[in-house]
Design a protein around this ligand. Structure first.
Ligand SMILES: [Zn+2]
Length: 378
């Protein structure tokens, strides 16, 4: 009995913790940024007089959990810290060189918006006024690029600016290749052979990615106060990009911070010809030392095994294995469905790892290769 009482007290204090975090959480972002200056101070408070507690180097990646007056709150060495946002560039744009200011802009002629409610502004920066809104799938002609902002042509001959990291700018040569592959399936141009993996592409495969939680449902709260709902949304972008590069058609259950019930997620899966449904979550546990990566399935064990083993070859996180579970989004789904718990955000080491580019790229590649193996062994 004494143990039970202790357990209840423990759970209650954890819940209290949770609600304190929740009410105090201003995380708006979850976006990954890259340091664009050779050395960037990490400070204890959002101010140039804040104590310097570390230094980041050019190319280092961080996840922003809050943005405030030119400062970004992130997680560094187990602590909440602030860095000046003017020396950061979004890491999710189509940046091919190591220098994020040197965005490749030659040949790019259209811009497709990847998220809903994206602001169109009068200039290249969030300090410029909002002159319109764009939604996922909207396509515009590209006029110019400045830093991480694209100037787009609007109806009536006017122009506006849109954040490059919320778009999927296609280059002229990519478009040509798309048309080529669509028009002749049997013919592989020699130039594309190098880019297609030896185990095939995901051409013709529809993948639905389901970032867990959203809106009024924050999911778990990390030790850095970041809500799970933000982390799942940002990693979904990364995975979607990798799958699209492999030729898959990717549908995402939510592209912004809004609430979706589990039934709505399953309905979405059923309303498309979904070949694989992948729900993305981060795990949490009151005991901080619990960590690792888990894959869950309801009946699609083979899909779970392929993806899990491929991910484990690409990331360096503790392996908690493939497990059967009775989760709604899998159980009620008529399409092959799995759920990934991408690490424990209540474990500082896992949390640090999930913010690293190595982990995020490894995860995206692992999922992509796992799906290739699965669909090509059919
Ligand atoms: Zn979750």
């Amino acid at each position: 009995m004494k143990n039970t009482a202790r357990l209840i007290t423990f759970c209650l204090s954890f819940l209290l913790f949770f609600f304190i975090f929740l009410s105090d959480s201003h995380a708006e972002n979850g976006r990954t940024y890259q340091v664009s200056t050779s050395s960037l101070n990490v400070r204890s408070t959002p101010s140039h007089s804040g104590e310097i507690i570390g230094r980041l180097n050019k190319g280092d990646k961080i996840v922003a959990f809050q943005e405030k007056h030119g400062w970004i709150l992130t997680y560094y060495d187990g602590k909440e810290v602030w860095v000046a946002s003017q020396f950061l560039a979004p890491a999710e744009g189509k940046t091919q060189s190591n220098d994020p200011n040197h965005v490749q802009q030659q040949q790019t002629n259209t811009v497709q918006v990847m998220e809903n409610d994206v602001h169109i502004r009068s200039g290249a920066g969030t300090n410029h006024s909002i002159i319109g809104t764009a939604n996922a799938g909207d396509t515009y002609n590209l006029k110019d690029t400045s830093g991480d902002w694209h100037q787009i042509a609007l109806s009536g001959g006017s122009t506006g600016w849109i954040a490059a990291w919320l778009t999927n700018a296609q280059t002229a040569s990519e478009q040509e290749q798309d048309t080529k592959t669509n028009s002749s399936n049997e013919e592989k141009s020699p130039s594309s052979e190098g880019t297609v993996a030896s185990n095939g592409s995901l051409e013709g495969i529809n993948i639905m990615l389901d970032p867990g939680h959203g809106g009024k449902d924050p999911g778990s709260i990390g030790v850095n106060r970041a809500p799970e709902k933000d982390l799942t949304l940002s990693i979904t972008d990364r995975i979607a990009q990798s799958l699209r590069n492999a030729g898959a058609t990717v549908i995402v259950t939510r592209t912004s911070d809004h609430y979706l019930s589990l039934d709505q997620r399953v309905d979405l899966s059923h309303s498309y010809n979904t070949h694989a449904f992948i729900s993305l979550h981060y795990n949490a546990f009151p005991i901080e030392t619990i960590r690792g990566f888990s894959t869950f399935y309801s009946s699609d064990r083979e899909l779970a095994n392929e993806i899990h083993s491929s991910i484990m070859q690409n990331i360096n996180m503790q392996d908690r294995g493939v497990n059967q579970a009775d989760f709604h989004v899998m159980r009620e789904n008529n399409n092959p469905a799995i759920l990934l718990e991408l690490g424990f955000i209540t474990n500082p080491d896992d949390l640090l790892m999930i913010q690293s580019g190595d982990y995020q790229n490894g995860l995206a590649n692992g999922i992509t290769n796992g799906l290739k193996n699965y669909f090509n062994s059919y």
